[in-house]
Ligand binder design. Structure first.
Ligand code: SF4
Length: 60
């Protein structure tokens, strides 16, 4: 089953993932990103690749 996770220890809240894949990534109350769906598409893959701190894990 698909799984999308943000490691909050690594996330710096830059907003790249929420801009690239807003249907899957949202800012949490702490100002860091969280995945709101375990859905993998090209936008999610691009967000994971584009994360500057490699905080996003995508498992298909
Ligand atoms: S792109 Fe990475 S560092 Fe930036 S908000 Fe998303 S998870 Fe956090």
């Amino acid at each position: 089953m698909a799984k999308v996770e943000v490691d909050k220890e690594k996330c710096i809240g830059c907003g790249a993932c929420t801009a690239v894949a807003p249907d899957v990534f949202e800012f949490d109350d702490d100002g860091l990103a969280k995945a709101v769906k375990n859905e993998i598409n090209d936008d999610v893959k691009n967000a994971a690749e584009g994360c500057p701190t490699e905080a996003i894990t995508v498992e298909e």
